[in-house]
Design a protein around this ligand. Structure first.
Ligand SMILES: Nc1ncnc2c1ncn2[C@@H]1O[C@H](COP(=O)(O)OP(=O)(O)OP(=O)(O)O)[C@@H](O)[C@H]1O
Length: 307
């Protein structure tokens, strides 16, 4: 089966600046695929090319086996798009936001109304169908935007930073709905700079930095390839964490010195912490945790995902 999204050497330039620098991507039907990277990595620029609203500068891009330059409207009809900033119509009610959008796709009025009600139930906004958009919370607006993206029963749903700006409870509710969609076999393509979001939702992801893909794989395989199993986070009572780094020599595979803490990459965190104490070092705080995608990003780029 051909990939739903196929990119080779895909480039987006703005004047002299290269925002997306020759990336290769393949997304298969039913997959939840992620672009993980910090602000400015080129994720949104990539999504806009996939969404057929920004033409590639160079390279190959096929969406649903069509050419975005020639077949933009036909492709867009089969995409659901949830942009980074909610662009709901505040003049309309919650339900009208869906039924009006459905009209763009030529969906008959009665079908649109039925589908709108089903989708509002799905995103748990059924009781708000008749209310205006403005008083909804950020999480509700995001769920409504997701419902709107599903109105045309799309083959691919594009979500640009689906939970940025939401509080933890609202994020979990969005994740839970997206997980349901995934279980229904909907192909999800999302961008995020939250490693927990990528770990929760993505079957496969690419890590982007400076317009390039620096790694690709499932969250688990990326962590296995680029990190030890556990990490010990040590905070020493000093302005200069680096002063302690040499005292930790030989503990674990690798050490990362951050402005506010030192990370020890180790197979067994408790053993490593015991060794720290044997060396008579007294960190102000010590935490043993499992390695995650943040550690992968730090290892590959020397930087953290969220500054
Ligand atoms: N229309 C534009 N004109 C000029 N530069 C742009 C334009 N759009 C994006 N850029 C630049 O391209 C780079 C990549 O931006 P992009 O929005 O794709 O990154 P991102 O990974 O999605 O980050 P964010 O999370 O901030 O959206 C940034 O340096 C941005 O300033």
């Amino acid at each position: 089966m051909p990939s739903l999204i196929h990119a080779r050497g895909l480039i987006k330039r703005f004047g002299d600046f290269t925002a997306v620098d020759g990336i290769d991507v393949d997304v298969q039907p039913g997959e939840a695929f992620g672009f993980l990277g910090p602000n400015g990595a080129g994720k949104s620029s990539t999504m806009r090319m996939i969404g057929c609203v920004s033409p590639p500068t160079d390279g190959v891009l096929r969406i649903l086996d069509m050419d975005p330059l020639r077949d933009g409207p036909r492709i867009r009809a089969r995409l659901g798009v949830c942009p980074q900033l909610d662009n709901l119509d505040v003049e309309l009610t919650v339900r009208e936001n869906l039924t009006t959008y459905a009209r763009f796709f030529g969906i008959p009025r009665a079908t649109a109304r039925r589908r709108a009600d089903e989708l509002l139930d799905f995103v748990q906004l059924g009781e708000r169908a008749g209310s205006k958009v403005e008083p909804l919370s950020g999480g509700m607006k995001r769920r409504l935007t997701i419902a709107r993206a599903l109105v045309n029963e799309p083959d691919i749903v594009l979500l640009d930073e689906p939970t940025t700006g939401l509080d933890p409870q609202a994020r979990h509710l969005v994740w839970e709905r997206l997980f349901r969609l995934k279980q229904q076999g909907v192909t999800l393509v999302l961008t995020t700079h939250y490693m927990d979001e990528a770990e929760q939702l993505c079957d496969r992801l690419v890590v982007m930095d400076g317009g390039k893909i620096v790694a690709e794989g499932s969250p688990r395989s990326l962590i296995e390839q680029h990190s030890t199993r556990e990490v010990v986070e040590l905070r020493f009572p000093t302005e200069d964490q680096g002063a302690y780094a040499s005292k930790l020599d030989g503990i674990g595979d690798r050490t990362e010195v951050l402005p506010d803490r030192i990370l020890l990459y180790v197979a067994d965190g408790d053993d490593a912490l015991a060794e720290v104490h044997r060396r008579s070092l007294s960190p102000a705080s010590a935490l043993v945790r499992r390695a995650g995608l943040e550690d992968v990003f730090l290892h590959l780029t020397g930087r953290t995902l969220v500054d």
